[in-house]
Design a binder for this molecule. Sequence first.
Ligand SMILES: [Zn+2]
Length: 614
Amino acid sequence: MPRDLVELKNQVKAASDILDVISNYLPVHTNGKIHKSICPFHNDTRPSMQIDRKFQNFHCWACGVKGDVFSFIEKYEKVGFKEALAILARRANIALEEASPQDHHKIQLFEVMRWAQAEYQTCLLESEIALAARKYIGSRHLSGPTVRQFGIGFAPIDGDWLTKQANQQGISTDLLEEVGLIAKRNENRGFYDRFRDRVMFPIRDVQSRTVGFGGRILPDSPYAARGPKYYNSSDTPLFSKSDLIFGIDHARHAGAAAGFLAVVEGYTDVMMAHQSGIPNIVAAMGTALNARHVAQLRRYANKVVLLFDADEGGNTGVDRALEIFISHDVELAIATLPEGLDPADLLSKPDGKEIFQKVLLNAVDALDFKLNQLFAKNPEPNIETTRRMLDAILGVIAMAPSVPNQSAQLKQELILTRLSHRMGIELKVVRSRVKELQVERRKQEQRNASRAAPVMPAAARILTPETQANIGKPSGSAPVLERQLLQILLAEPGLVPDAKDHAPAELVSHSGLKRMLIELYALHDMGIPPDLDGLRVRLLDRPDLASVAMDLQQVGRGIPDRQLYFKKVIEGFGKQRVDADTKSVKDQLNAVGTDDAAAIELLRRLQNRDKPKK
Ligand SMILES: [Zn+2]
């Protein structure tokens, strides 16, 4: 139970001297009893914000912002009163309420993460075995202060380095396993490290707490050919890949000051930008930018700039951005880099910073970007190409979830007006076409829903306890196996390439699950992470399937040893494939009747089927 709020507020306020608190955030200049600081709430050049210790308040003479210590935290951290209270209480070591056992456990997980991050970093900075890692960091032009600011470390090549450190220092291996840094060996033979011979980039939440790692394999590592170049923590109680934004803890205030946050692709890009003095840069964690990312970024800046490589223009990223732009209250702009350069390359060049800044300033909003793209492909459109160009954009608008609030409708109206201008088509024609497309889409959804009707109860059934209990032993029956495959793949997208080799989509009989599998394999082939976010973009025509996919992922995440489970599912598919082939040969055998040569050939094939393949 929360304690009496007024009493708590007074206690926290008494323990939080406004000058001490603000000094933690901003440089404060003191002259006698006058304390001043550069105001963080407007574009301040001289210290305009005065802090009054006697009255425990602050006041900016230039922009007029004022208040007490709580309002400072609310404004600076962009949080509500309760969160501000919690931040200050934590700072003053005042317990808000009795910590629940879950909170307590979570704190332990954060602590074990902090411990691991420090171990990896000490190794990188001091150990002889980290020589190659230090060389690699140097080759990427990352400076010492950047290494420290971002907490970069190194996980050595031995299979159990971290496990050994933990045992020596009395750190719980169970907690380390829970945060995904080590895993159990088969048959209870201890633990092994999940990251080996990798440079470790801590992934931190908004409060700068390490919640996961991205590991970059050393280029000359013997493991380089076998594993992925980048390996991220799998999802844990602290880490959810699709919600996290790399660099947000450092970038958010800079974003508020600059008026926008820019999203790039890689960790190194983010760090190089910060190192070059462009701090309002973040990266999504290898997933496509989704609405949850945008909502987070939107807390700190009204405008989000997506930075694409020059050759990335035609892909789904632009349509995805356009869809978010249309359906969310955010200014979403797209910038493209000069051909063949990623941000880190560019920023390590002498004039790179200026070019990079210019690129960001030249970003155009997602709608203009799409239009420019279409006009570039059809410089002089005729009636037919104009119609197709219009439909390409209106199709995305029609797909966007309808938001019944006024500002969203106003935004759509503005978009239609702009389209009408740029394409030289009367506004009422544009309006009626978008209505047509929306009606078509709803009809399509209804058709899909009725077709999918028998699927839905089955999908819902997966979540019942009896089928949960089934999770330990994948059974042979086809639909169960098919569902289990999708559960695993949606929870562990890293397994998709393996699945593609051993469980081709043709083997899946259920039409909905088959579609999901086909799309996951297609994403992988295109080099896009085959995860739920990617899948949802490919299933815009099947919102029913997208929601089933989310349920499947939920179940998949509850499966304890996913690797082992996956192996069993794949074995099940192997067996099924043999059974299917055998049956088809037997059927043919019955059909050929008296033709001996054909029958003998088929029998030979049947025998070969039953032998294990080399
Ligand atoms: Zn101000």
